[in-house]
Design a protein around this ligand. Structure first.
Ligand code: ATP
Ligand code: MG
Length: 256
């Protein structure tokens, strides 16, 4: 089966220093993959390369069998690629519903926008569909609240819902659980699981290994820009090389 996301031997240097070295990644549709590794390993840089923020020095990236390595960053959304940023980008003075409508309307930008289902419908029909999505998350009561007044955990979930309304099929999440309390983390987890069940493919950078183990089917460990290990989250965390990378060589020396 063709992987939904296929990253083949990508490389990137900054000022002559190799940061990502011959890195490959294969992700099946409807699965969740964690990209983990120590600080500075290159995880966010991999996301930046996937999004097209930086050009690749070498290698290729395919989404659903189509090469997107040279597709400009703003057009990658057409291939279903969406990134959820740590600094949430909601328009604070607009209501939750209006923020979500932005997501619904930017679905498939360009001339084809005119042909997309949302565009062909009157605004109130689109609003009704978006309200139904909110209701499914148990969030109907905040539809008309200004986004800026919501607590951080809810803003995070609205940001994620907006990303999915763009028609996203591959969602990149950089540290989604950072700054959330346990009940907010649990609610976000439920939302992410539901997305997965509906066929979305998730790629997550996250330091919280409990979160990773509960959500992700595979974990890929990056260290100094190279793949150190891959497998189920629990299997990779048992690997001695991974423990060493996380804790430093002192960990090994301290073992009896
Ligand atoms: N635009 C850039 N110019 C120069 N160096 C960069 C650039 N972006 C990233 N780097 C360097 O690449 C390395 C990897 O950084 P990156 O942010 O990808 O790590 P990370 O794994 O996301 O770390 P963290 O867990 O701390 O978020 C770091 O040494 C960083 O300084
Ligand atoms: Mg990072």
């Amino acid at each position: 089966m063709t992987p939904f996301l296929d990253v083949r031997n990508i490389g990137k240097s900054f000022h002559g220093v190799p940061i990502i070295k011959n890195f490959s990644l294969s992700v099946e549709q409807g699965s969740a993959t964690a990209l983990i590794g120590p600080n500075g390993a290159g995880k966010t840089t991999v996301f930046n390369l996937l999004c097209g923020l930086y050009p690749l020095d070498s290698g290729e990236i395919f989404i659903d069998g189509k090469e997107i390595s040279k597709v400009p960053k703003e057009r990658r959304i057409r291939h279903g690629l969406v990134r959820s940023f740590q600094n949430i980008r909601l328009v604070d003075h607009l209501s939750v519903l209006d923020n979500l409508l932005i997501g619904a309307y930017i679905r498939t930008p360009g001339p084809r926008t005119l042909l997309t289902p949302f565009r062909l419908q009157p605004r109130n029909a689109v609003s009704r569909q978006v309200r139904e999505k909110l209701d499914a998350l148990g969030l109907a009561h905040i539809a008309d609240s200004p986004a800026g007044r919501l607590p951080y955990g809810l803003r995070k979930r609205i940001d994620l819902l907006r990303a999915t309304l763009t028609g996203a099929r591959l969602i990149l999440l950089d540290e989604p659980a950072a700054g959330l309390n346990p009940s907010e983390t649990h609610a976000l987890m439920r939302q992410l699981r539901a997305l997965k069940e509906n066929g979305a493919t998730l790629l997550v950078v996250e330091h919280d290994m409990h979160f990773v183990s509960s959500l992700c089917d595979q974990a890929v460990v990056l260290n100094f820009g190279e793949c150190l290990a891959r497998g189920t989250p629990s299997a990779v965390m048992r690997e001695p090389a991974v423990k060493t990378a996380y804790l430093g060589t002192a960990y090994e020396r301290a073992q009896p």
